[in-house]
Design a protein around this ligand. Structure first.
Ligand code: GLC
Length: 425
């Protein structure tokens, strides 16, 4: 009787300590409001099919903020969220921390990875011989341009080199400014966050970037210093990128700026296409997509991005969670994700689908860009490396630090991080 009484007192406490309902899966995912609404629909359809409820834990769009939001419950060993989307850049950290379950074991049988990009799965989703994540959609940096403006000012093609981009920008900007004082030719991501590192890797080009020499990650190379100077000059010397590039410009700010009709060129991920083409968008049917320019023609670099799904080690419903993951990666959902959001599904079989190609004729061209996109370093301590880079690159773009000094300072910080977490390598 006594113990029954105890239980009666304890039970409500136990239940309230655990924030999720007993029969529910929690899926942490972020993004623009239309993207979160999409995930609500996926959850509702999954429930109809399986009877399993999924609650969407809504996160912001910024990758760094999303990571923080998931780190807190994982470090506290909470069973909520069960499933989450991870930026490709964080998978090594999550895997090395032991936070991800083996997806083959959770599914009770080996997961068929054949439909996905093999190079991406092999490089990013396996850890210690186990499958710890799977890609949901892939990203690569692209150049969006205003077809109508290029035509109006006599350009038959978008620029292939940064030099061409500068020339076209200066001319078109001077002309359009007469009617629209808010106009800047080129919008890109310069705020202090993960997106800045992605843009930097693209400006750094095929010869620059974060290469490794004798186990040391090199940041302060001549090519990288040149790239950072170029990024700064876009804002303060050529003045073709808005002054708030380094204070505010993340993906959504850039996307909205272009979508309002205030830019000729935009660097963004594929998701912007669907929104530019949406009903009511001022740039609908006026937008083109092409690879980013290079320094000497076809040597352009696109950073590989994308979001992968993982199952928490602390989930108390790994089988249900594995069923949900399988559903998210089914051809049906992957096709919807591309038709409704314009995202690039991780399943390659969706790209040949006639219905999808009708809505996204540019998908054929994108496949090629994805095959060649450049990944960020796959280090468990990449997020610390990135944090140092974000700060120093931002100081370089804003003119607070000289590009060489900024990258040399970043190099010192990276060496220190590597010594602390990587055994000096
Ligand atoms: C996109 C990419 C991701 C990248 C982020 C940077 O979400 O998919 O990989 O880290 O942008 O802002």
């Amino acid at each position: 009787m006594k113990s029954l009484l105890k239980l009666a007192v304890l039970l409500p406490l136990l239940v309230s300590a655990c924030s999720k309902k007993p029969a529910e899966l929690v899926f942490a995912v972020g993004g623009a409001p239309n993207e979160l609404d999409f995930w609500e629909t996926v959850a509702a359809d999954f429930r109809k099919e399986t009877g399993i409820s999924v609650r969407i834990l809504r996160q912001p769009t910024d990758s760094d903020q999303r990571r923080q939001g998931i780190l807190i419950p994982l470090k506290a060993e909470k069973n909520d969220p069960d499933v989450f989307l991870m930026d490709i850049a964080w998978i090594p950290q999550f895997a090395a921390s032991g936070w991800l379950r083996d997806l083959d074991a959770a599914a009770g049988a080996p997961v068929d990875t054949a439909p996905f990009w093999k190079n991406i799965v092999d490089r990013s989703d396996r850890y210690g011989g186990k499958l710890v994540a799977l890609p949901v959609y892939v990203d690569a940096g692209l150049l969006y341009y205003r077809k109508d403006l290029l035509k109006k000012y006599g350009y038959a093609k978008p620029p292939a080199t940064w030099k061409d981009l500068l020339e076209i920008s200066a001319r078109v900007q001077a002309a359009v400014r007469k009617e629209n004082p808010e106009f800047y030719a080129f919008a890109w991501q310069g705020a202090q966050y993960e997106g800045l590192v992605c843009d930097f890797l693209e400006f750094a080009g095929a010869k620059g970037g974060l290469r490794t020499e004798n186990g040391r990650l090199l940041a302060a190379t001549p090519e990288n210093i040149k790239a950072l100077a170029f990024m700064r000059d876009l804002v303060s010397k050529y003045k073709i990128s808005p002054p708030n590039t380094y204070t505010e410009m993340k993906e959504e700010e850039v996307r909205l700026f272009f979508q309002k009709g205030n830019a000729l060129f935009e660097r963004n991920w594929p998701y912007a296409w669907g929104l530019h083409q949406a009903e009511g968008s001022p740039v609908k049917d006026k937008t083109g997509i092409c690879p980013l320019p290079g320094f000497a023609g076809p040597d352009s670099v696109s950073t590989l991005g994308g979001w992968h799904i993982g199952l928490s080690k602390y989930s108390d419903k790994p089988e249900d969670a594995a069923r949900f993951i399988k559903y998210v990666l089914s051809k049906k959902v992957q096709k919807e994700l591309s038709l409704k959001l314009g995202w690039n599904p991780a399943r390659r079989d969706v790209y040949g689908d006639p219905e999808v190609l009708k809505v996204h004729p540019h998908f054929t061209q994108l496949r090629n860009i994805f095959d060649n996109a450049v990944p960020r370093p796959g280090l468990p301590y990449y997020t610390q490396v990135s944090e140092a880079l974000q700060r120093r690159l931002n100081a370089g773009v804003s003119g607070n630090e000289e590009p060489a000094a900024a990258l040399e300072a970043a190099q010192k910080e990276i060496d220190a991080v590597a010594a602390r977490y990587g055994g000096g390598k």
